[in-house]
Design a protein around this ligand. Structure first.
Ligand code: ZN
Length: 170
């Protein structure tokens, strides 16, 4: 049995007790979190319950154009008012350069990519958070009423540290 088959079996049990009235598409606490997909980052570390926030996740917690697309939907259509960008220590994107990642994957895949891929590799995690905040703030649709703050999560201690950043949006 594959893991997907196990998930399907678990859902068969789950649906017996599912109560759709408990859920809303609008995040209860009007929060959106852009963070890395790393398994060590969990909403419980931030005191967030099911339905409290949108979690927009990708490798690194990067403000890619697609992450920005999701944040715009989250804010304008589903009412979120605050955004947290969370990167973390020991991130996979710190372990190899952009070129090394390309070389490694091309070797494993046995062929070049059919479309351009950018991994957003980085070295300094706090600096990387800063970069994502700047990228978000530079978008004309990310209006100043939307609160943006950035953090580094330490996977060893579970501690969340805010990255100082002054928003210069007008
Ligand atoms: Zn990561």
């Amino acid at each position: 049995m594959s893991v997907i088959d196990e998930v399907i079996a678990a859902n068969t049990l789950y649906k017996e007790t599912h109560d759709s009235s408990l859920y809303s598409p609008n995040p209860r606490r009007k929060l959106a979190v852009l963070m890395c997909m790393d398994t060590r980052l969990d909403r419980q570390a931030f005191g967030l319950d099911f339905g409290d926030a949108h979690f927009i996740r990708n490798a690194g917690g990067i403000a890619t154009s697609d992450a920005i697309r999701s944040l715009l939907v989250s804010h304008y259509m589903l009412g979120t008012e605050e955004v947290m960008v969370i990167n973390h220590t020991d991130c996979g994107l710190q372990k190899a350069s952009e070129e090394e990642m390309h070389q490694l994957i091309e070797k494993k895949a046995g062929k070049p990519p059919s479309m351009p891929v950018r991994f957003h590799a980085f070295t300094d995690v706090a600096q990387n958070v800063h970069k994502q905040l700047e990228r978000l703030a530079a978008h004309t649709w990310v209006r100043k009423e939307l609160i943006l703050r950035g953090f580094v999560y330490d996977v060893k201690t579970g501690h969340l540290t805010e990255v100082p950043w002054t928003c210069r949006r007008t």
